[in-house]
Every structure is written in C-alpha cells, then in structure tokens.
Design a protein around this ligand. Structure first.
Ligand code: GLU
Length: 502
C-alpha cells in the first residue's frame, strides 16, 4: 500500500476539533440550534448503526477513522500577484483501492467537511457495490472569483501536488466532480496526470472520472446523479406499506416536489422526476427561490436561469427572496440537492414534507434527523440516493482501463440477431411489422443505454438490499441506519478477511 504523508494539521481542523468538545458524550450538541460539525454528525450516525450491529469496538473505530488526510498550501500567480491557496485530499478508507470521491471548489471547504464527505463516500460505494474506498478533495476558493485561465492554473497545480504525494492515480485515488467543479476541471486533471504518467501507465486516463466524452468520459455520467435520484425515489414510492403509512399513493405521478439546488444534481433530478409525472412546485437556489403550486416547467426555468444567471423573477412563478424558508413549504417530497447541513434542529420542527430525498451529501444533520423521524418523515439517505454519480464513475473507470466503449463489440451483432428473429416471426404469423416497430425492436444497446441500464439496476437492487437489511434487523427502524449498518457490515467483512498488516 502506498505511503501517505499527512501534512500539518490545518487551522480549520483544529477549529472542528475544538467545536466538537462542546458536544456531550452521546454526540448531541449542547446548544440544540448549533449544528454539529459535519464529521461529528456522520460519526454520530455511524455509531448509531454500529451499536445495532454489535461489532468489535476496535474494528468500528478503524472503519470510522479517516486513514489519510493531506492538507497543503500552494502558490499560484493570479493577476500578477502570488496567491496562496489552501487545499485538501482525504482518503477515508483503504479497505479497497482505488479510493474514490469528488473535488469541490468552495470558500466553505475545510478539513472537517472533506473528512465527512470522504467517509460518506466509503459507505456510498459499499451500498452500491462499487469496489472502491472513499475519498474527497477540496480547494478553498470561490470559483466565481477567478477567470477560466486562473482556474486551470489552480487545478493543474493542485493535481501536481496530489501526484507528488501519491494521492491520485487509477489504482490509488480517483477524483471526480463535486460542488463547484465539472467536466472542464476533470479534463485539466487528466491532462496534468497524463503529462507525468501517460507514457508509462497505459491506464493513466482512469486517474479521474467525470471527464468530457472526448477525453475518455462515459455517456450518461453528467446526468447520472440526478437520474439515480429519480430511480431511487421511484423505487421508494413504489412501496405500498411505506406510502400507506405516509398517506400517499404509490408512484411518482402527481407527487409535489421542492428542489433545493439547481446545479448538476438538482436540475437533472427535477427534469427526470418531471418526466415521470412529478410536479416541481418550487426550486430553491442560493440567491432566492421560485414557487408555483401548479408546477414549474424545469426546462423553461433552466433556460431562464442560463440567460439571467439566476432563478429570481422567473415569470411563471412567485419569487421568494429568503429561499431557505421554502424548505418548510407543504410538499410530498423535499429534495435538498445543494450543500450539507440545510435541515438542522432549528428548522426541522417546521418541515412539512412527507419524504426527504437527500440529493446532496449530508443535508440533514444527525440531530435534525431525530426530530424528523419522530414526525414520521421518510428520509432516503444521501449515501444511497446520490450514489448514481459514483456508480457511473465506476463505469467510466472500467471503460478507461478496458480501453473500449461499452457496446462497441456487441451492438451490431445484437441487431442482426434481433432482425433474424423478427423475420422469422413475420414469416410464421404472416404479418409484417411497421418500419417504426422494426426500428424499435431491432435496436442494439449503445453506451448510454448500457450505462443507464446498469445505473437503474444498481439503484433498484441497492434500495431493496437496504430495505431487507432493515427487515432482518428489527432494532433498526430508519433507512439511514439500515444503509449505514449494511455498508459497515460489508466494509468490516473485507477488513476481517484481509486481516491486519503486521
Ligand atoms: N462527487 C460525487 C459524490 O459525492 C461523485 C463522486 C465520484 O464520482 O467519484 O458522490
């Protein structure tokens, strides 16, 4: 296993550590309106699940801890001046390699956040059977403050630092997009990595996922998290008993949805949910919200937002300047798809949604969850619901290390088999299919079809697995604890089988 250098402890980590001393032994914050530090909140959820599992304490501690945190500062020339940029990469668990997780660009990034998000990645990967450990990275900048050229310089320098410390590589640690980053940044990361390793590592392109298609990306990755949210929700609302308890009908048709965040996750989730018949009644963004109880057309709002750079004053809905209050509006499904700690013990008592669907990572704090569960709200946890992104990242990585597009070998063969089958059916029944029917029936699966099918299968199976885990463990009565426990169970099995390295 690679040797990891853990650099100096950051100021933010110290801040997080001292903040956590204000918590009581059971992890609850003394001041109930003060949200828990994020890592502490994840650890609290972990402990709840680990208690239900009754596992050896040492093993639980090893799984919970972050294996390696690399904190570093690097200089970049910005508008003629030298600017020192703060950054992190955290690898939470090496029980499987490579480790995997996004990189976020945000002024809010600190060590506590990166560690919490890396931990969530470990459990997320375990839940959807993606054979990776969890990781996360962050650069403490507001990307809106920089030109494209400056962002490229920052990204390339960040990547070079990761290369020097062995915190990136197709067999080591594979970043991906997260809040504030996208395909563009992933292409810069890939190119920087290739300039160091491209001539001696044939799998070098698998060093990062979420790349543009022309740079080794996979079709369907961009929409994957949002599409996965839709598949997960569709599965959740198909459960007759759960819907009966919530006094809801089964199916997505007619369900009212409030979406927080209209970025890559929120936009695609809203679009796919609307396509399934759900009614998007509100969209909340960082600078305000829009609300229309009759429904908002997602494509129209997206076009408007792309033109004006804001959802505010969208003509077909009411604008509410204080977006956060819209989280408390009446709806069937509340879909937070922005940042963590949006629903805390402060606003949880006023939430009216019947289902909370966590598109974002950690949008509900651990102490808010206690309140929401008492109100009977069904919470579909992040580590399951937004796992579509990493699932399709896994497919992209597989494509990169197998060096062939999905469907390339079999598409035409499948089509000719299906054509022969139709010809035989036609001659047997003495009727011809229409040209349209033939086209539909013959079509072989292309890359995007296969990716979406793999994603759908993954989301359906993982939900059923979590439900079964809960049913088999009567002491577990919420989906997050079931998801955590099932994930911890899988990670601990791997650790037990591996043994401890002497
Ligand atoms: N940033 C995404 C997440 O939090 C995707 C991670 C990945 O694809 O590796 O799940």
């Amino acid at each position: 296993m690679a040797t990891k250098t853990v650099a100096k402890k950051s100021a933010t980590a110290k801040k997080a550590a001292s903040a956590s001393t204000k918590s009581t032994a059971n992890g609850h914050s003394k001041n109930s309106t003060q949200p828990l530090p994020f890592f502490k909140s994840v650890a609290q959820n972990f402990d709840k699940a680990a208690r239900a599992l009754n596992m050896p304490r040492g093993l639980a501690e090893q799984i919970k801890a972050c294996n390696a945190v690399y904190y570093f500062n690097f200089p970049v020339r910005i508008k003629g001046e030298i600017q020192v940029i703060e950054a992190w990469r955290c690898e939470h668990s090496h029980h499987k390699l490579p480790t995997k997780g996004g990189i976020r660009y945000s002024e809010m990034v600190d060590q506590d956040e990166v560690m919490a998000l890396a931990a969530l990645m470990t459990y997320k990967c375990a839940i959807v059977h993606v054979p990776f450990g969890g990781a996360k990275g962050g650069i403490k900048i507001n990307p809106r403050d920089y030109t494209e050229e400056e962002l490229e310089r920052i990204t390339r320098r960040y990547t070079a630092e990761l290369i020097h410390k062995n915190f990136i590589g197709p067999a080591v640690d594979v970043p991906a997009p997260d809040y504030g980053t996208g395909e563009r940044e992933m292409a810069w990361i890939a190119d920087t990595y290739l300039s160091f390793h491209g001539t001696h590592d044939i799998n070098a392109l698998g060093c990062v996922t979420g790349k543009p298609i022309a740079q080794g990306g996979v079709r369907g990755r961009r929409e994957a998290t949002g599409r996965g949210v839709m598949f997960g929700l569709r599965q959740a609302v198909s459960d007759k008993n759960d819907m009966k308890r919530l006094k809801l009908t089964t199916g997505l048709e007619g369900k009212t949805v409030i979406v927080q965040g209209f970025g890559n996750v929120g936009y695609y989730a809203a679009k796919f949910l609307q396509e399934q018949g759900a009614v998007i009644v509100a969209v909340i963004e960082w600078d305000g919200a829009v609300y229309n109880p009759k429904g908002i057309d997602v494509e129209e709002l997206n076009t408007y937002r792309n033109q004006t750079k804001s959802v505010r004053n969208f003509p077909k809905a009411k604008t509410i300047l204080n977006g956060r209050e819209v989280l408390e509006y009446e709806c069937d499904i509340l879909l937070p798809a922005a940042l963590e700690s949006q629903i805390t013990s402060e606003n949880a008592p006023r939430i009216k949604a019947k289902i909370i669907a966590e598109g974002a990572n950690g949008p509900v704090t651990a102490d808010a969850e206690e309140i929401l569960l008492k109100k009977g709200i069904l919470i579909i946890p992040d580590m399951y619901l937004n796992a579509g992104g990493v699932t399709v990242s896994y497919f992209e990585w597989l494509k990169n290390i197998s060096h062939v597009r999905f469907g390339r070998m079999e598409k035409r063969f499948e089509e000719s088999t299906q054509r022969r089958m139709l010809d035989a059916v036609e001659s047997l029944v003495g009727r011809s299919f229409s040209a349209h029917e033939r086209k539909l029936l013959i079509r072989g699966a292309g890359e995007e079809d296969l990716v979406n099918s793999g994603l759908e299968d993954t989301m359906i199976n993982a939900y059923e697995e979590i439900k079964k885990y809960a049913a088999d463990h009567p002491q577990i009565n919420d989906l997050r604890t079931a998801a955590f426990a099932s994930a911890i169970d899988k990670v601990s099995t791997t650790y037990k089988q591996l043994g401890l390295f002497p």
